[in-house]
Ligand binder design. Structure first.
Ligand code: NAD
Length: 355
């Protein structure tokens, strides 16, 4: 076995149906009594539910969380937090809301409780991506890691089927890249394989019956494991491409991950035999080929496979390749051939098969 280093991220995790009701007890145990509740404009009713569960004892609700964590929204929220005299944060929602909670707690040091309602995984990572003047930059610091995660499966039942599928593939992408990370290790490999297995089984079941508690539980469990992979080891070409496409061309986060993943995996395949083997075992109907297994899953989920459907223009393909090559992440296969990367992005743009 190769030598390795493993650091587990601290944090309390409470998992299960109805677990949001544990909030009063959990806050009391921490000596906290004035949380500021964060959400998007679409999830204010879930923030109101948090207020009810806490018997009205909150400092306020800030409901302007926005995708890609714009700094101007964070600064408004920081002002609101100061004026409300809060002593902690509760973010209820997907990666956008949790990103806002991280951006505030990093600046002000508040204890941060997260209640995730998608499969993006931000709640278990010490990372926040912030946008300012049209540029997205990423910060990583142990102080950014939230203190507690409450995975209440019931809150995911309202996540629309299409978003559930792409958010689940976004989670799988974290595990895929963890399996060939430069600083990978056997513990994270176990989590990655189990995360992919759980999500690949759960997502088609969620599509058939979005209100199934057992399918939703399996999906959320898989998302937690995959998020833990993202929070523990470095990501490579796939995440770099999605970061570029989301940050520079305004493409939606989970849909972009879903489209790009088979292409990035096919590009890396010749250099990652053991990751391909592990993935092919975790993906049903793969016939020993992880890219095929991923394509089978994406076909079952009937998700969009082309970036042009989300408004990306053909002339942006060359620009995206340029940006991706300008400051590449470490990758198991060299990222120095402009034509190869441009062709990868073009195929994802056009919705052609991964090669
Ligand atoms: P999101 O948080 O933007 O949510 C998308 C939409 O779905 C929002 O309108 C939201 O209110 C709604 N929604 C969420 N849960 C719902 C539910 N259960 N029922 C009904 N509607 C619901 O989407 P996301 O994909 O979770 O997060 C994307 C953002 O998170 C991006 O900005 C991405 O960069 C960031 N992210 C960061 C990390 C990290 O580790 N820092 C990890 C993953 C994602």
């Amino acid at each position: 076995m190769d030598a390795f280093e493993y650091n587990s991220n601290p944090g309390r995790v409470i998992f299960g149906s109805g677990t949001i009701k544990r909030l009063p007890h959990e806050l009391e145990a921490l000596g906290l009594s004035r949380p500021l509740v964060l959400c998007t404009p679409q999830q204010t009713s879930q923030a109101e539910d948090v207020k009810k569960i806490l018997g009205g004892k909150i400092a306020g609700i800030f409901s302007q969380a926005t995708m890609h964590t714009p700094v101007e929204v964070t600064l408004q929220a920081v002002k609101y937090a100061e004026e409300s005299n809060c002593d902690s944060l509760i973010s209820i929602g997907g990666g956008s809301t949790i990103g806002l909670g991280k951006a505030i707690s990093f600046r002000k040091g508040f204890y941060h409780v997260t209640i995730p309602t998608t499969y993006a995984g931000s709640e278990v990572t010490p990372v926040v991506g912030e946008t300012e003047n049209g540029r997205k930059t990423t910060k990583s610091d142990p102080k950014i890691l939230p203190g507690m995660v409450i995975y209440d499966v019931d809150l995911t039942l309202t996540l629309p089927v299409g978003m559930s599928s792409t958010s689940g593939i976004n989670a799988i992408a974290h595990a895929v890249e963890a399996l060939y990370a430069r600083n990978g290790n056997p513990i994270i490999n176990l989590l990655a394989q189990e995360g992919v297995r759980a999500l690949a089984e759960a997502l088609p079941e969620v599509k058939k019956d979005p209100k199934s508690i057992s399918a939703r539980s399996k999906a959320l469990y898989g998302a937690w494991l995959c998020g833990t992979c993202l929070g523990s080891v470095g990501m490579s070409l796939h995440h770099k491409l999605c970061h570029t496409l989301g940050g520079s061309f305004g493409l939606p986060h989970s849909e972009t991950h879903t489209i790009v993943l088979p292409h990035a995996l096919a590009y890396n395949a010749p250099n990652i035999p053991s990751a391909m083997d592990a993935l092919s075992k975790a993906l049903p109907e793969s016939n020993g080929d992880a890219v095929h297994g991923l394509n089978v899953l994406l076909s079952k989920l009937e998700v969009k496979r082309d970036l042009k459907s989300f408004g990306m223009k053909e002339e942006d393909v060359a620009k995206a390749a340029e940006i991706a090559l300008s400051n590449p992440y470490w990758n198991p296969r060299k990222v120095d051939n402009r034509d190869a990367i441009q062709e990868l992005i073009r195929r994802a743009w056009a919705g052609e098969d991964a090669k």
